[in-house]
Design a protein around this ligand. Structure first.
Ligand code: C5P
Length: 229
């Protein structure tokens, strides 16, 4: 029994053109199921998650209920049609959250190697009072900012930089307000935390997971398949 009500949103409505598959990326085969099924199973099993909303490509609502049946998932409440951008897909899913939900984790279906311990870390960050929590990784390469002509303008201090993953956790009302305030920025946002940051929210980092890769290309898919389950 958790003190707070926490739901998860899985965004699975992208086309995934860079994968070159015959179907939307989230529905591509992965370990005997599909990419989206892999993270849904982990979220559905996690005691800290009370319900799940999935954003799917229009027309894939029935495919999603078949996946939920296959998983014997008990927490998937809604499959909603996504929008033309990730941000709009998140907005459509947030609109389906029931009243009384305190926290929401937003996860990309394109990251199938989600683990319960990463969910625990994000939930821990939320419990400590942040508006938003992102799993972050330190950068080991040097990072350059380019000038308009493509030459190097400067070398950034990598010790202050992080790459971030999903699931990202939020106080639901903070995310709702950030989406409402975003305007055109909603369609351009590459993650939800950037919207919460822009609306003045306090976003903190927890340790990410090197294995929690995002599948974009065929090579990523092969790499994800090769990680021991
Ligand atoms: O395209 P990309 O891999 O960056 O998308 C990240 C996640 O956002 C994916 O899981 C994808 O399915 C989802 N997405 C979405 N709706 C869109 C675009 C992307 O749900 N219109």
């Amino acid at each position: 029994m958790t003190a707070f009500s926490t739901w998860a949103i899985v965004v699975a409505a992208g086309s995934g053109e860079r994968l070159g598959a015959d179907r939307p990326k989230a529905f591509v085969a992965f370990r005997g199921g599909s990419l989206v099924a892999a993270s849904l199973a982990v979220l559905d099993d996690h005691d800290g998650i009370d319900g799940i909303v999935v954003a799917v490509p229009e027309g894939y609502e029935t495919a999603m209920s078949l996946i939920a049946d296959d998983l014997a998932a008990t927490k998937i409440a809604t499959a909603v049609a996504g929008g033309p951008s990730r941000g709009e897909s998140v907005a459509n899913a947030v609109a389906c959250l029931p009243a009384g939900v305190d926290f929401v984790l937003v996860h990309d279906a394109a990251r199938p190697l989600l683990t319960p311990s990463l969910i625990d870390r994000v939930l821990g960050g939320l419990a400590s009072g942040a508006d938003g929590v992102v799993p972050a990784l330190a950068i080991t390469d040097s990072v350059k900012r380019l000038a308009a002509d493509g030459s190097v303008a400067e070398t950034l201090d990598r010790s202050t930089l992080r790459t971030v993953q999903t699931p990202q956790g939020f106080v639901v009302e903070r995310l709702r307000a950030a989406i409402a305030a975003a305007g055109d920025a909603l369609g351009a946002a590459t993650d939800c935390a950037s919207l919460v940051e822009a609306s003045g929210g306090r976003v903190v980092c927890v340790e990410g997971d090197e294995a929690n890769i995002k599948v974009t290309t065929r090579a990523d898919l092969a790499r994800a398949e090769s990680v021991a389950p």
